[in-house]
Write a protein that binds this ligand. Structure first.
Ligand code: ADP
Length: 226
């Protein structure tokens, strides 16, 4: 169980997160949705300990960062390392075995190429592969489907479901609502810095209604393009 209490975060005068409370259980997949700039990445970085914040985060895994695999929106790789060297380095840092790395390469990545020269989607898949090999208990996946091909989309979805089956906790954001409703147990809506609305499986249809923008057709007409 991971408990987030009264988490707030500002960048200068911009209050991005305002008193967020969350409880995440083992073996569950939690989605976070919200407009661009609503604070999803900031929330994920705070939980991962990559940003300062006020409030508290308590977990049975201490320190949480040693049990956490985070997939960032734009994974960064050092220029002098091949993908294989990168995976080995990251696994070594966690004291994990990276043997049979080729057999476990489910995304068929060209591991002997420089990771920094990978495409956006390949970088996402390499980062996902690395955090899986590290044997984490808690996964934060920020837009895992961005830039990846359809086949990999399917693999990522199956992987996430498998992780849940193994009792892992997963927190995930995606701008593709259907990707989230397919796999999540609960979805939280982040709006104006707050996360007061959560939707369980039975209520996902209300989330879809909430996310629709009824005014958009009128706005397009106003542009005079049609
Ligand atoms: P989302 O992931 O929902 O698109 P972000 O968490 O990336 O949103 O951004 C939330 C807000 O915080 C935005 O207004 C963004 O400009 C601001 N922000 C994010 N990172 C920083 C930063 N390092 N410095 C200043 N402002 C930031």
């Amino acid at each position: 169980m991971i408990k987030v209490r009264n988490l707030s975060k500002s960048y200068g005068s911009n209050k991005v997160l305002d008193d967020i409370n969350l409880e995440l259980s083992k073996g569950k997949i939690y989605g976070v949705v919200g407009e661009n700039g609503s604070g999803k990445t900031t929330l994920f970085k705070c939980i991962a300990g990559l940003e300062e914040y006020s409030g508290s985060i308590k977990s049975e895994f201490e320190p949480l960062k040693n049990h956490l695999g985070i997939l960032l929106t734009e994974p960064y790789f050092m220029s002098k390392l091949t993908a294989r060297e990168y995976v080995m380095l990251m696994c070594n840092a966690r004291g994990r075995s990276y043997k049979e790395i080729d057999e476990k390469n489910i995304f068929d990545l060209p591991l002997d190429r420089y990771a920094s020269q990978y495409s956006t989607g390949m970088k996402k898949k390499l980062a996902m592969f690395t955090i899986l090999l590290q044997g984490n208990a808690f996964f934060i996946l920020d837009e895992p489907y961005n830039g990846v091909d359809i086949q990999s989309n399917f693999i990522i979805t199956e992987l996430i479901k498998t992780l849940r089956g193994l009792g892992k906790t997963i927190l995930i954001s995606s701008h593709i609502i259907s990707s989230l409703t397919e796999i999540c147990d609960d979805i939280f809506l982040l709006k104006e810095g707050q996360m007061n609305q959560s939707f369980s499986k039975e209520n996902f249809k209300f989330l879809e209604i909430e996310m629709q923008n009824d005014n958009i057709a009128d706005k397009i007409n106003l542009l005079g393009l049609i």
